[in-house]
Every structure is written in C-alpha cells, then in structure tokens.
Write a protein of this length. Structure first.
Length: 111
C-alpha cells in the first residue's frame, strides 16, 4: 500500500530499529511502549487487520506466532512471561491499518 506506514518501514523507506527480519516479517520497537519491552511483529504482506485475513493466510498467521516466540526468547522474556495481542479496527485500538502483533514483556517481572 502506497500510504501505509508499516509498508514503508518494511520497504526501508522510513527508518526503524529492527529486532528481527525474515522474508515475511519485520519486528520493530513500538514508538509508544506500554511495557519495558513492547515490539511489533509486522507482516511484510499488506493485510489491513485480523478481520481481513483470508484462508490462504493461515500459514502466515501461524508463522507469526512462532516469530513472536523466537523474539521473546531473544529478548529474554520467555521465562518470566509475555503478552501477545492484536488490535482490530479503530474501535479495537488499531492505530495503523496494517496487520501487526504486539509483544509485551518485562525481564524483571516475576523475579
């Protein structure tokens, strides 16, 4: 999408700190963090939201969860716990109309 912020970040047209990247995903820091670790797992394929997923996106969504798992391990929060969340649509708190998964955690929690 031409005017999509996350598409521009994925295309490296806009700067961002990248924590992980592969052919299908990019993981960046949320600019308005709600936890000590707050990362966004973004699909490189433009999909507006969870509500816009097609049946042929099943594998992509499954892969997204495994990316979240790996990044949580890389950030050292897998042992203390972390939260994953999708916001869907403006009424659901989605600010950028591009599918992304929030990964939130705190290395100090539960210690």
């Amino acid at each position: 999408m031409e005017d999509c912020l996350f598409c521009k970040i994925a295309a490296k047209e806009l700067p961002s700190t990248i924590f992980y990247e592969d052919d299908n995903f990019l993981v960046i820091k949320d600019i308005n963090p709600q936890a000590p670790i707050h990362l966004l797992i973004i699909t490189k394929k433009h999909i507006q939201s969870v509500d816009h997923l097609a049946k042929d996106d099943k594998e992509l969504i499954g892969e997204m969860i495994f990316v979240a798992q790996q990044v949580a391990r890389d950030q050292g929060i897998n042992q203390v716990g972390y939260k994953l969340g999708f916001n869907v649509g403006k009424g659901g708190g989605q600010l950028i109309p591009h599918l992304h998964l929030h990964l939130l955690g705190d290395k100090k929690k539960n210690k």
